[in-house]
Design a protein around this ligand. Structure first.
Ligand SMILES: C[S@@+](CC[C@H](N)C(=O)[O-])C[C@H]1O[C@@H](n2cnc3c(N)ncnc32)[C@H](O)[C@@H]1O
Length: 181
């Protein structure tokens, strides 16, 4: 057993410098967290913070999160997935590189336990609309808001480095929370 307990497991994809994950892990010692990030300095930063704070409920993988979802994470193994401020790929010709695509929704649904939540946030309006479109079309998910749109910023979501950057640039932020049926 990787964590030595049976606490529920939450995944953060693309944790950046890991500060949000650190806050969550401190706040919820009764939960396990897995962070997946491809950027080596971010991984190093989080490892140092975890050691500094003596946190034992976080594990880190420096891998492509989509590959991990596709090949390694067992079905129904996650209680929640956080995707906060994924790379926006603003140019039209790069939109296909965005992580939120129908396949991502399918893989997330497979990895989540029934009732598990997929929480996304972005400060790029075009990407927010794409997320909504992809998720509304995903049969395995239901929107947690009745009229099928965005949710108000949940208080429990820590302020991330990229969110702060977006704020400085005057960007609005959209949050989406979908439940695995
Ligand atoms: C715009 S940054 C946001 C970082 C952090 N979530 C925040 O809000 O400050 C997006 C992060 O996702 C990571 N990333 C992009 N694609 C990824 C993938 N396929 N698997 C894991 N991490 C990925 C990048 O390395 C980058 O650190």
């Amino acid at each position: 057993m990787v964590f030595g307990n049976r606490h529920p497991l939450y995944l953060e994809i693309g944790f950046g410098n890991g500060e949000a994950l650190t806050q969550l892990a401190q706040r919820h010692p009764d939960r396990n967290y897995l962070g997946i990030e491809v950027h080596r300095p971010g991984v190093g930063h989080l490892l140092l913070r975890l050691e500094e704070l003596g946190l034992h409920n976080v594990r880190i993988l420096r891998r492509d999160a989509v590959e991990m979802l596709r090949r390694h994470l067992p079905p129904h193994s996650l209680s929640g997935i956080y995707l906060w401020f994924p790379d926006p790929w603003p140019k039209k010709r790069h939109h296909k590189r965005r992580i939120v695509q129908p396949e991502f929704a399918r893989l997330s649904a497979r990895a989540l336990a029934c009732g598990g939540l997929l929480h996304m946030a972005t400060d790029w309006e075009h990407y927010a609309q794409q997320m909504l479109e992809v998720m509304n079309a995903a049969e395995d998910f239901e929107n947690t808001v009745a009229r099928g749109g965005f949710v108000p910023r949940p208080e429990h979501r820590p302020l991330t480095k990229f969110e702060q950057r977006g704020q400085r640039l005057g960007h609005g932020v959209r949050d989406l929370v979908f439940r695995r049926r």
